[in-house]
Design a protein around this ligand. Structure first.
Ligand code: CA
Ligand code: CA
Length: 538
């Protein structure tokens, strides 16, 4: 599908949606403090607008309301916005029927949303248990039991009447009324898959969270081959060994399985996949969250890239960037199986059996095969290639690999080979030249019959000016789409899903301001003609 076709679909899908009032934001606390006041416990509740203490996928906004409830409080505490706005609340579609509030709270307990039509007048209140979470949580309150009427006072109550022995802090954001629950972002108990995020001017261009249990064939080619990969590897790569499903902790993953089995002349099989011809880029930040198997002895997992011109410019002339390789024979020879890994680049031409390359091995201070996900991040700029481990957890960590690619002085300089598009590869090789094992019976890592490599997500970010180097699934900015709505000539129907494939809402003939009501993030729009568009809401 071409870009033009996608843009046409988007323009068709967004007419007359923009000015309906399916939701209303009472306050996002970005524009200074409105006339909120403390309720019921003025001497014990202090509040102020502060910077978001920990932006995450549920709330990436800059400013939030911080409430500090002093120790010794004995009744409900909270804040109220009184008499600033008036909205109709009703159980049918003519009024608002739901409210959502984002909370970040350090303890369990109850929270509530309350609407009054004025002091000492009609009141409706909905209370919910706050989950045991240190992350931002969106709570949705059902107001359908309220009597019909115009309400002018809105309370957010932060804790049950208990005498607290110490101060309690609650952060609040995005107090919103909705007409339809399908438009309300439900609290989702999913682990954040953030990576290093959009810091330093990088914008998310593409990602695969591997959360929908169906490997996306519009991005991935699953390889079927038993040629040894040029390294005398022992496996036959089959499609059956490349799947998308949850790991044993509920993380949707790309799962590559290596196993002992006889297949097409080999006695071990495994998996390899790539984005050749479907997703490629030049420059940017590419990262993958990977749970590695125990590699020693004999497994060789890798996260890497090849130059997109490999058919016309054979390896190593096309260039190769290895972000992660693990399982080298030196590792198990020295007892560093879980610590020793490397990044590498290969380029140039083969001469006398060798070619220009730079490999850098590191002995990491902690196990990278500990059953947890570790993040491997490549920064590729016009000047350099750099690689990091777990930079989401340790932002100031040094790169484990740096290669200057600005030098173009000779035909074998790296600067001649790393300034064009590359595609992504994941694989789990078995044996061969890197582990220096050529007999399947010597592979201790497969003594249990099989081993698995899990990839929780892969993300590509680019900086302004680099976007033209990307070709692949299109991620459109929803607000840019909305701004262009006056050009939309017609109407289409379809549905919108979150990035993990959960249906959020259906839209038809321009009904509903569904896009505006969604929290920032990635969404899939599926139109009734079957076409799919990935949309980004900022
Ligand atoms: Ca905010
Ligand atoms: Ca995932």
């Amino acid at each position: 599908m071409t870009n033009k076709r996608l843009i046409f679909l988007v323009f068709c899908a967004f007419p007359i949606l923009l000015f309906s009032q399916e939701s209303v934001l009472i306050d996002d606390f970005e524009g200074g403090l409105k006339l909120w006041s403390a309720v019921n416990d003025e001497s014990h509740l202090y509040f102020e607008i502060v910077d978001n203490p920990s932006p995450d996928s549920e709330n990436m906004s800059a400013r939030v309301l911080k409430c500090t409830r002093k120790a010794g409080s004995v009744s409900w505490a909270g804040v109220i916005l009184r008499g600033v706005y008036t909205y109709s609340i009703d159980s049918d579609t003519s009024g608002y029927a739901y409210a959502s509030v984002k909370f970040k709270k350090t303890s369990r307990g109850q929270v509530s949303f309350k609407a009054e039509s004025g002091p000492d007048a009609a009141t409706y209140e909905s209370t919910m248990d706050y989950p045991n979470s240190l992350d931002w949580v969106t709570m949705t309150f059902d107001l359908r039991g309220a009597g019909y009427g115009d309400y002018s006072d809105f309370f957010v109550m932060v804790d049950r009447a208990e005498t607290a022995s110490s101060d309690m802090v609650v952060y609040i954001d995005d107090v919103t009324l909705y007409k339809e629950k399908t438009l309300v972002p439900e609290p989702v108990d999913q682990k954040a898959q953030l990576g290093t995020g959009e810091a330093d001017g990088y914008r998310l261009v593409w990602q695969d969270l591997f959360d929908d249990r169906y490997l996306d064939p519009s991005v991935w080619n699953v390889e079927n081959r038993g040629d040894g990969g040029g390294n005398n590897e022992l496996q036959y790569y089959t499609a059956q060994n490349v799947q998308e499903y949850d790991d044993n902790e509920g993380n949707g993953c790309l799962v590559i399985t290596a196993k002992k089995e006889n297949y097409s002349g080999k006695n071990v099989t495994s998996g390899r996949l790539n984005t050749q011809g479907k997703m490629r880029f030049q420059y940017g930040k590419l990262e993958a969250s990977i749970k590695l198997p125990k590699t020693a002895n004999g497994l060789w997992p890798a996260f890497w890239m090849l130059g997109d011109d490999i058919y016309s410019n054979p390896w190593p002339g096309c260039g190769e960037i290895d972000v992660l390789e693990m399982g080298h024979s030196d590792a198990f020879a020295t007892g560093r199986q879980e610590l020793l890994f490397n990044g590498a680049c290969h380029w140039g031409a083969v001469s006398n059996g060798s070619h220009p390359n730079y490999s850098k091995f590191s002995t990491w201070p902690y196990s990278l095969q500990d059953g947890n996900f570790h993040l491997f991040t490549l920064y590729w700029s016009p000047n350099s290639i750099e690689m990091y481990v777990d930079r989401d957890l340790y932002p100031k960590i040094e790169p484990y690999y740096v290669l200057n690619i600005s030098d173009e002085s000779s035909s074998l300089s790296p600067g001649r080979y790393f300034h064009h598009s590359f595609f992504v590869v994941f694989n789990l090789a078995v044996g061969g030249d890197f582990p220096s094992i050529y007999n399947v019976n010597e592979i201790t890592a497969l003594s249990g019959g099989e081993a698995k490599m899990y990839v929780n997500y892969v993300k590509l970010y680019q900086q302004e000016g680099e976007f033209s180097g990307y070709e692949g699934p299109i991620l459109m900015d929803a607000e840019e789409i909305e701004a262009s709505e006056s050009e939309m000539p017609g109407v289409l129907a379809g549905a919108i899903y979150d990035a993990s494939g959960v249906l959020l809402a259906r839209f038809d003939n321009g009904e509903g301001n569904w896009l505006r009501n969604l929290v920032p993030g990635l969404y899939l729009l599926k139109f009734e003609d079957g076409s799919v568009l990935k949309v980004r809401k900022r």
